[in-house]
Structure formats: C-alpha cells, structure tokens
Design a protein around this ligand. Structure first.
Ligand SMILES: Nc1nc2c(ncn2[C@@H]2O[C@H](COP(=O)(O)OP(=O)(O)OP(=O)(O)O)[C@@H](O)[C@H]2O)c(=O)[nH]1
Ligand SMILES: [Mg+2]
Length: 399
C-alpha cells in the first residue's frame, strides 16, 4: 500500500488486515469496573409500611420499576415482613399490624424492627414510607404509635397518602385539586390534633400525596417526583448515590453522576497520554474507557454482560483502542499526527463517555431494547476516527 510519500508501508498494511479478527481487548476491566462501581455505590434500603392493599407494591413499582411484589418472591422475614433486593435497592415490605394479635401495634413493629436489625449492614433501613389511603380521615392510634416507634429508632418517616383521586387540572394554575375529604385529611396531617383539639406530636418528616392510577385503574402517576426528592433528601449521605441509581423517575440525577465519571476518566486518560502515546499503542486507553463505561452502566442500573455480546464488546474495544484505524490514520487526516497526546486522549474518552451515557439512558428508559444494543453501539459511541478528525479540523481552523 503506497503512503503519502509513495513508499511501501508494510507494518500498517499488516495491521489493517489483521485487526478485525484479532481484537485483543480484555473485557475484564469492564467487568471489574462494574462490580467495583456496585460495591462503591452500595444499596439503598427503604421500608414501606402500610395496611394490606393501600398500594405499597404499586408505589414501589412506579418509583423503582421493579415488579417484585407481584412475583411475590421476597425473603419472608417474619409474618407480615418481606425483604426484596437487588444490587442497588432493598425493600422491606411491612404489612401494617396484624389485627387480633395479642401484641399492641407498637410492640409488633418493635419485633419487626428487631428482626430487621439482625440482618447485615447493607440491609438496614435508611428511610420509611409510611402509607395510608387517601380515603382515611385520620391516622389511627395504631398508626401514631408505630410512627413514634420508627422515630424512636432514628428512622426518618415520610407520610405517604396513597390512592389520591386527583381532580382535573385547573386551567389557570395548572394544579390538580384533590377531593374535599382528602383536603381535610391533609390539613389534619399538617397539624394533627386529638378529639379534644389538643395538638398531637407525630414525628413524620413530611406528607406527600401520591397516586399510581386513576379510579378507572388507568395508569396515572402523581406526587412521585416529590416523593423521590424527599426520599433523597432524607437518605444518609452514603446512600444517596445508591438511591439515585435505584430510582427510575429522575434522569438528571443519573446524568450528573455519569458526567462526574466521564470527567474523571477523561482526566485519567489525559494523564496516561501525558507522554504522548503512539497511535498504534492506543490500547492503553481502552481499560480506562471500558472502566468508565462499566461505571456508567451501573448508574443506569444496567448489566454490561447482558447489554453487549462478547462480539460487540470486542468491537467496542477495537473502536476504543483505534487499532483498526491506527495505520491509515495519518493518511486520512492531515495534521493529526502519529501520536495521541493528552488532549486527544481526553477528548476521545469524553466523547465515548457521553455517547455511552446516552445509549445507557435509552436502554434504561426502554427506548432501545436490550437485544438491540449490539446494533446501536456504533451510533452512540463515536469512532476513534471521528474524534481525531474533529480535533484535526479544529486545529486546522484555528491555525
Ligand atoms: N385508584 C387507585 N388504585 C390503586 C392505586 N395504587 C394501587 N391501586 C390498586 O390498589 C390495589 C392494591 O395495590 P397494591 O399496590 O397491591 O397494594 P399493597 O399495599 O402492596 O397490597 P398488599 O401487598 O396486598 O398488602 C391494586 O388493585 C392496585 O391496582 C392508586 O394510586 N389509585
Ligand atoms: Mg404488596
């Protein structure tokens, strides 16, 4: 193959021919980064407490997109308490109190909490959603006792009013009204008093009105954004990221986390190329980028192994390393140079990270199905060549 100077370039010709079949990219950094990210971000544990049928499972499903309750395969802890979990989320599903039991509700709950406390540290409750139906008109003495017990145990309680039947939107304010009865209940909750009008101190941190469906059973979600915002605010610092990962309603939180990962990886890549790397050795950047991609996948609660086939992974690797293009690079792009310097390494890593974040988001939101990811990678993760070309163009236009 003649190059620009008209001489033969055996080495490059060889590289071009051999690369597609020998992508010597190790997927291990990818897998390591995923498990590292999982253990770093940890798990967020939520207790959802409320009577049978108040809508606990529907709420969990709407916020976290996990349909565990329907499959019913939780770990039965004690009667009325089940634990469901995956990597980022643990749910303690606590079914109010057992009517007709010898024990007072507060004692029952104390026993439940004692049983939970015996579990490992990564299962301990961070926040409680105490759920009551919108059609109730007061909290019962049992509810009040239980909320006090939770507070005594140092657990932050969000009082969640479920199944709120929202009225039509007000054309001026844009707000939806709640039925009169619910309004009175909420007023009482803001300022609870007993039957003698004496103020009651009930230690929930806030009241949130929610619904997951309308009265006809059609999906209709309300109040959930507020619920996740309050839950995040009450989560301990070291479980906030796990909660951001576990929830499925707030995408900007995930995007911000991904951006942090991309920035860190770009800086690492720049460091790796501080002494410029020959293009043919661009594989040194691959572990950095694969690691970054593994972490981002974790943020979107995705499993890299289920996202990409081995073949597609290898292809991404080739793309990242730029091996396939290395030899032809300088011929195609005047001024690109034969080395990757810190700027190119950082730009390449940032572009890869941004593309991969967008792809993960599409999969996370169901816009791209898992079995189509292999075909879509190329559209999202920019080719090595594209990035170099863009940089070369910028260089040319600046000079
Ligand atoms: N109208 C209305 N119905 C709801 C809402 N949320 C849940 N439901 C319905 O209420 C019923 C109970 O909901 P679940 O989410 O299973 O309640 P749960 O508290 O988990 O019930 P148990 O696990 O049996 O204690 C289901 O038929 C839901 O479809 C809502 O916001 N509005
Ligand atoms: Mg349930």
């Amino acid at each position: 193959m003649p190059n620009e100077s008209g001489t033969q370039d055996h080495e490059s010709a060889e590289a071009v021919e051999s690369t597609p079949s020998t992508p010597d990219i190790d997927e291990q950094p990818f897998l390591d980064a995923t498990s590292d990210a999982k253990s770093r971000y940890g798990r967020f544990n939520l207790a959802v407490i409320g009577g049978s049928g108040v809508g606990k499972s529907s709420l969990v499903n709407a916020v976290f997109g996990r349909d565990w309750a329907k499959t019913g395969k939780g770990l039965p802890v004690t009667r009325g308490v089940q634990y469901f979990n995956d990597d980022s989320l643990g749910i303690w599903d606590v079914e109010g109190f057992e009517i007709g039991s010898q024990l007072r509700p507060r004692e029952q709950l104390k026993n439940h909490l004692a049983a939970i406390a015996k579990h490992d540290a990564d299962r301990q409750i961070a926040v409680v959603w105490y759920c009551v139906k919108a059609t109730d008109d007061r909290l019962t003495p049992a509810d009040i006792e239980m909320i006090r017990e939770l507070d005594d145990e140092g657990l932050p309680v969000i009082l969640v009013v479920t199944k709120v039947d929202w009225g039509p939107r007000n054309p001026i304010t844009g707000n939806r009204s709640v039925p009169k009865g619910v309004e009175e209940f909420v007023e009482w909750l803001q300022n609870p008093v007993d039957e003698n009008d004496v103020a009651l101190n009930i230690p929930y941190r806030c009241v949130i009105l929610t619904s997951t469906r309308d009265r006809n059973g059609k999906e209709s979600k309300h109040g959930l954004g507020e619920l996740v915002a309050e839950t995040l605010a009450l989560a301990p610092e070291d479980e906030k990221d796990a909660f951001r990962i576990a929830q499925r309603l707030n995408l900007p939180w995930k995007r911000d986390m991904a951006r942090t990962v991309v920035a860190a990886a770009s800086a690492t890549a720049a460091g790796a190329a501080a002494v410029p790397v020959p293009v043919a050795d661009a594989a040194v950047l691959a572990p950095i980028q694969l690691g970054m991609m593994g972490r981002i996948a974790t943020i979107y609660d995705l499993e890299i192994k289920t996202m990409l086939s081995a073949g597609a992974l290898a292809q991404v690797g080739v793309q990242l390393a730029g091996r396939a293009l290395a030899s032809s690079l300088f011929k195609l792009i005047p001024g690109a140079g034969s080395v990757i310097n810190a700027g190119v390494a950082a730009a390449l890593t940032a572009a890869t990270g941004e593309g991969w974040t967008r792809l993960c988001e599409q999969v996370h939101t169901g816009k791209i199905e898992l079995d189509k990811v292999n075909d879509s990678v190329g559209d999202f993760v920019p080719g090595f060549l594209d990035v170099i070309r863009k940089m070369a163009e910028q260089k040319v236009s600046r000079s």
